[in-house]
Design a protein around this ligand. Structure first.
Ligand code: DX5
Ligand code: ZN
Length: 228
């Protein structure tokens, strides 16, 4: 396939971390080789769960986290939280197109606040949301579970969807990362990489393991093996 190969990035989802020790948990996954910190924001409205907001993002920065923080907004409305998260130290901000009134405006708002912008696709969200947005996006996030909870099973139909997004990114000629989120494990990360993902969110598979470094290294080895 004729696309630029980007270094694979591993993004542990802190949803599965021990929240009572969050700073230490984030330090530990970064020391174990993680590339960015995936930060799941849920509002008990767009998704049936309630998690963490800008104060926690800011606390991680104050704790000394310098790695990129990848804020995945599962909230509606979206726009007023963009500024709050940018101020709190977010690096990447993604949102679901169904959750905002004006998708193009929300993407622009994320950029105005100096962050990288991503659009998130639920398993049943059609890719035509990319028709008029891909030229503005820094990354595309495909959900391989329905959003709301960690520890769910990877939905296999996402592999074909990954291939379709990868083709669109290649055709665009733009530098856009393709991130996958939900049910990613050592056992399936190779086929996910082969389908076109270059950025891998993993919550329970990393934080549920006793050895973070061994797990992240096993993930990287499986990705490298799939590229051969
Ligand atoms: C689900 C979240 C995911 C979740 C992934 O709505 O967006 O980031 O934490 O968890 P695992 O890797 O356990 O499926
Ligand atoms: Zn997520």
């Amino acid at each position: 396939m004729n696309h630029v190969k980007r270094a694979p990035w591993i993004a542990p989802s802190i949803l599965s971390a021990d929240f009572a020790r969050l700073g230490a948990e984030v330090d530990a996954v970064l020391a174990a080789g993680a590339d960015l910190v995936h930060f799941d924001v849920m509002d008990n409205h767009y998704v049936p769960n309630l998690t963490i907001g800008p104060l926690v993002c800011e606390a991680l920065r104050k704790h000394g986290v310098t790695a990129p923080i990848d804020v995945h907004l599962m909230v509606t409305p979206v726009d007023r939280l963009v500024a709050d998260f940018a101020k709190a130290g977010a690096s990447w901000i993604s949102f679901h197109p169904e959750a905002t009134e004006h998708v193009d405006r929300t993407i622009a708002l994320i950029h105005e606040h100096g962050c990288k912008a991503g659009l998130v696709f639920n398993p049943a969200t059609p890719l035509n949301w990319l028709d008029h947005t891909l030229g503005q996006l820094d990354f595309v996030l495909l959900m391989s579970v329905n959003p709301g909870f960690g520890g769910q099973q990877f939905i296999p139909a996402t592999l074909a969807k990954l291939r379709a997004v990868r083709q669109r990114i290649t055709a665009s000629g733009r530098d856009v990362r393709l991130e996958i989120d939900g049910g990613v494990k050592v056992a399936n990360i190779g086929e996910i990489a082969a389908a076109g993902a270059d950025t891998f969110v993993a919550g329970s598979a990393i934080f549920g393991a006793s050895d973070y470094r061994a797990t992240i290294e096993a993930m990287r080895a499986a990705i490298a093996a799939a590229a051969d």
